[in-house]
Design a protein around this ligand. Structure first.
Ligand code: ARG
Length: 752
């Protein structure tokens, strides 16, 4: 009914340009009362933001579909709301206006919505050329079924004219009820969040988005888009904020510079939020609203804001570097934290932010089970590197599955006061869920939890990551598909550069796996506690816990993947499944798709002194078995230079392939389908083989992980979860009696 009050179509037929649109010299103060815009009543998350004061952003609206908040929007005129097209378009179709309602004057979305009123939507208008967010034109106009009641908490925002220039570097504000972090919804009572964001110039933004990010994705900024945020991330809009306004104050009134449109993740480094720039759409907006008075106000840009470098040409490309994971010296971890609880041994954990330490919950198990939160928190202390005094603990948050699931044996401890990360302690980087640690990544073990490990020379703690297929299938994921890069792995497997002294058990020592990417250290995994004998071979990936950690800490250092050189091996795109037959581990089984014609994946090319090539057999992730005569020349006392190439010898249909000139292996297939190495050809023969069986003791003593198929048919290697060392690991003998075979310990070739 009230629509009749707002002027008849006739007038527009006569005068197609509404008064407020005429390019008159109307100064803001001369504008009529009902078109007053951008003036909040004087008074008074979004990611990294805070609660807004009621009435601060009176143009902010909440768009509901069904019963819940979906998107934000801004009131631009009594009957018009500006929002984002992608809120209303699914699979190329515009959703019916009748499904939507507009909530005005909302502060908290919980409980009785005092001072709030609701309007239904009469029409949704989207630019014809809108298809998807990355291609721009992500804006929409909603015509309200009846005009909003303007008041102290409901007022329109001013729109910029096409000629309006927002100075880059200006601090503007974004508002909304969206997620407070990736996949982390705004908690009750759902109070409107505000965050201060800086406008980024086009060049600066394009420079940031040209940095390789997740899955090498980069992005081309298009005209009509605008970026706001910070190179270092952390403050941003997020899911659910879309359609909401980015507003900047000029000459005492607020103009809407942008509409929240999209981003890559939320608050990530070098990935600022992308907004639809409003100014370029002046004409489109005017065309749509024409005919319904009063329309939005497009006040002149105040004089004092019209100068300045809107986009200075020499604007430099300031990308942000990781703020975490930088060790001053290898092996000295500035994030190493020791939690001291009176009456028990120190517990080793890791500093993950200014205020939070991550440690195994099992260190504090008594505290978890008896009382939660623990009563004696007052007496807990945290020791951090180069801090004169210990820190107090104010909160203890165990992982909800901590007591029954080893992979979730985690707790977060909040320090009473944040520590200064620019002096002394630093935070380790944590991987996002999609992080893909490349096979071959350099890693080290760090102490984790209680327990006193037998410390050896630091080289013993160096490790290198195994490829996903090996790791996944070796640890018994029967018939399961191998996670692709970007899907969280079930385990991370390091292979060590120096093998264990046979017979040594490292009982009661726990380890975390730190992996390095481009000089930055990540906490990649935590020790699998079932394998306390020998160094742990499988680690639970930490990336599956990053949502929980960032939810609790609101500021742990989650860091992007830094190494993108996946190479031909890393970039598996086709799903593979582990061989179903895992009774004897994954030995002798081929990846299902026989990838790239790889029929004999255990075959290695052993290049000796640059001229001889023999066959080697991969018997464990770090070990190749070869014929002695091929590797060592008779009478020679020096060890030649040996290089082993994996993954390329096995492409020919038969094991004695093209290049291999000496010592072919004899492989037999068991009924179960596994291939078993029976022998290696003796010198000068292709038919006579040195049997492997008699060397079982020597091989298994040297290579604990080598798998044998005993005649009894039962697996030789103890079942996972067993604490027993393999029976004959102690007392290794030197070399095989026959000396026909030699074991080569692999160390990766470093390329620079
Ligand atoms: N597309 C999101 C939405 O529908 C907005 C995401 C903004 N993301 C960002 N990183 N700024 O709510």
């Amino acid at each position: 009914m009230s629509q009749h009050l707002f002027l008849p179509l006739v007038i527009f037929a006569i005068n197609p340009i509404p008064r407020a649109f005429q390019d008159s010299a109307l100064s803001p103060t001369e504008e009529p009362e009902d078109l007053d815009c951008g003036h909040p009543e004087p008074s008074a998350r979004i990611m990294g933001g805070s609660d807004a004061q009621p009435g601060t952003w009176p143009w902010q609206v909440s768009l509901h579909q069904g019963r819940g908040h979906i998107c934000g929007g801004s009131l631009i005129a009594p009957s018009w709301v500006l929002s984002a097209a992608h809120c209303f378009v699914t699979n190329g179709t515009l959703e019916p206006a009748s499904e939507w309602s507009v909530l005005l004057g909302v502060h908290s979305q919980d409980g009785p919505l005092e001072g709030t009123h609701v309007r239904s939507v009469a029409a949704i208008l989207v630019p014809d050329n809108y298809s998807k967010v990355e291609l721009g034109s992500d804006l929409a106009l909603l015509r309200l079924a009846s005009p909003a009641k303007l008041g102290p908490t409901v007022r329109p925002i001013c729109l910029p004219r096409a000629s309006h220039r927002f100075v880059h570097g200006t601090a503007c504000w974004a508002t909304g009820w969206g997620d407070v972090q990736e996949a982390d919804p705004l908690p009750l009572p759902w109070v409107l969040q505000e965050v201060e964001l800086r406008l980024l110039g086009e060049a600066a933004c394009q420079c940031l988005y040209s940095q390789p990010g997740p899955f090498n994705l980069t992005f081309q900024l298009l005209p009509g888009m605008l970026c706001a945020g910070y190179p270092e991330g952390r403050r941003d809009t997020c899911q659910g904020d879309s359609g909401g306004p980015l507003v900047c104050e000029e000459g005492g009134r607020w103009f809407q510079a942008g509409i929240t449109s999209f981003g890559f993740g939320c608050g990530r480094r070098n990935r600022p939020g992308v907004f639809t720039a409003v100014a370029p759409y002046e004409t489109w907006i005017r065309e749509q609203v024409m005919g319904l008075e009063p329309g939005p106000a497009f006040p002149n840009q105040p004089q004092e804001s019209q100068t300045g470098p809107w986009e200075s040409r020499e604007e430099n490309c300031t990308i942000a570097l990781p703020e975490c994971g930088k060790a001053r010296r290898p092996g000295v971890w500035p994030w190493e934290a020791q939690v001291i609880v009176p009456g028990s041994r120190p517990c080793h954990g890791t500093l993950v932010s200014e205020s939070w330490v991550l440690a195994p919950a099992s260190c504090f198990l008594d505290s978890i089970t008896s009382d939660n939160p623990p009563r004696d928190l007052d007496s807990w202390r945290v020791l951090l590197p180069s801090r004169p005094r210990s820190e107090r603990v104010s909160r203890f948050v165990p992982h909800q599955n901590a007591t029954w699931d080893d992979a979730s044996d985690l707790a977060l401890l909040q320090l009473d006061a944040p520590v200064n990360l620019s002096s002394g302690p630093r935070a380790v980087c944590l991987p996002y869920p999609e992080h893909y640690f490349l096979p071959g990544s350099r890693c080290r073990l760090a102490r984790w939890g209680r327990g006193e490990p037998a410390l050896g020379p630091s080289a013993q703690f160096e490790a290198e990551l195994l490829g996903g297929w090996w790791c996944h299938c070796l640890y018994g994921h029967k018939g399961a598909s191998v996670p692709l890069p970007g899907q969280s792995p079930h385990q991370l497997c390091p292979s060590y550069q120096e093998e264990e002294e046979p017979g040594r058990c490292w009982n009661d020592s726990h380890w975390s796996l730190m992996c390095q990417e481009e000089g930055t250290w990540f906490l990649a995994g935590i020790g699998d506690f079932s394998s306390t004998c020998l160094r742990p071979r499988a680690f639970s990936p930490l990336q599956t816990h990053s949502p929980w950690i960032s939810h609790v800490t609101r500021g742990a250092y989650l860091e992007e993947q830094l190494a993108w050189d996946w190479g031909p091996d890393g970039e598996e795109t086709e799903t593979q499944t582990c061989p179903p037959h895992t009774e004897h581990g994954a030995c002798g089984l081929r990846p299902e798709a026989a990838q790239k014609g790889m029929l004999w994946p255990w075959l290695a090319e052993v290049h000796v002194a640059g001229d001889r090539v023999c066959t080697g057999i991969l018997v464990a992730p770090g070990w190749v078995l070869a014929a002695t005569h091929c590797v060592l020349r008779l009478g020679s006392t020096t060890v030649p230079h040996i290089e082993v190439y994996l993954g390329r010898a096995g492409a020919s249909p038969l094991p004695h392939g093209r290049l291999v000139t000496s010592a072919p292996p004899l492989l037999c297939q068991t009924e179960g389908g596994s291939w078993v190495l029976m022998g290696m050809a003796v010198r000068g023969s292709q038919e006579l083989f040195a049997a492997i069986g008699p060397e079982e003791a020597w091989i298994s003593q040297t290579v604990a992980e080598a798998h044998f198929l005993p005649s009894s048919g039962s697996p030789y290697w103890p079942a996972t979860g067993s604490d027993l060392c393999p029976p004959d690991l102690a007392g290794a003998s030197g070399s095989p009696k026959a000396a026909a075979l030699i074991l080569l310990l692999l160390t990766p070739l470093i390329q620079d």
